[in-house]
Design a protein around this ligand. Structure first.
Ligand code: AP5
Ligand code: MG
Length: 216
């Protein structure tokens, strides 16, 4: 099963991808996570990507194409995958189309998660990651804003550099200008399921799963 999760920064792609990955037993491929890992390991890719990501701009298509080609050719992806954060440009959609043809993939499911920009800014300003276990939380919904509900660590939350308001606004601008037009590219190529990302996390998951089941 091949799933493309599509949507603006902060709509909940990563949150849903993690849940779907464990329910469907297929890997979650997040281009943002791959780049952040490269940055933390100070690889050549990480050094190139850091300045671009810190400003909320897009890493060049040729670099991203190489990353996704490797990820989809990995044996772990042979029974399917959940793509989170790719494609983000028409050029990337073309690259993905070519890789799908090579791999004989004909029926990827495109899932668009939606939310208004204003809500996204509120959400992303309050997003934190636990430095001890990697759990992603939101300070707007935590009972104890210092304690990780997954591992119990205290004072271990860190904020992504690109979750500052000015950078969030730039990421949204890039999304509307460059990434949103990719939806048109898929208009006649793929089934699109649209889900309201402002609903509670469980409800968003339930609707996505129902849509996937209906297409089996
Ligand atoms: P990336 O890491 O992909 O970031 P993004 O698209 O900006 O998306 P986010 O990770 O910010 O949001 P999300 O939709 O995953 O939301 P989340 O689930 O965390 O990319 C980062 C950068 O890398 C890019 O800016 C670019 O520079 C580069 N890059 C990556 N891919 C690239 C590509 N293909 N080409 C070029 N450059 C690329 O949720 C957000 C918050 O909301 C969390 O706190 C969560 O707890 C909360 N939340 C989630 N769902 C709900 C809900 N239903 N109700 C309430 N709260 C919720
Ligand atoms: Mg994410």
């Amino acid at each position: 099963m091949e799933i493309i999760l599509f949507g603006a920064p902060g709509v909940g792609k990563g949150t849903q991808a993690k849940i779907l990955s464990s329910k469907l037993h297929i890997p979650h491929i997040s281009t943002g996570d791959i780049l952040r890992t490269a940055i933390s390991k100070k690889t050549e890719l990480g050094l190139k990507a850091k300045a671009i990501m810190d400003l909320g701009n897009l890493v060049p298509d040729d670099i991203m194409g190489g990353i996704i080609k490797d990820a989809l050719n990995d044996p772990k992806s042979k029974n399917g995958f959940i793509l989170d954060g790719f494609p983000r440009t028409i050029e990337q959609a073309d690259i993905l189309d070519k890789i799908f043809k090579e791999l004989g993939i004909t029926k990827a499911q495109l899932i668009l998660i939606t939310a208004e920009d204003e809500l996204i800014i509120k959400r992303l300003s309050a997003r934190r990651a636990c430095n001890a276990c990697g759990n992603i939380v939101n300070l707007n919904y935590l009972k104890d804003s210092k304690k990780c509900p997954a591992c119990g660590s205290v004072d271990s939350f860190i904020k992504r550099k690109d979750d500052e308001v000015d950078i969030i606004k730039n990421r949204l601008k890039v999304f509307h200008q460059t990434t949103e037009p990719v939806l048109k590219y898929y208009e006649n190529k793929s089934d699109l399921f649209v889900v309201d990302g402002t609903l509670p996390v469980d409800e968003v998951t339930r609707r996505i799963i129902n849509s996937i089941e209906a297409k089996k």
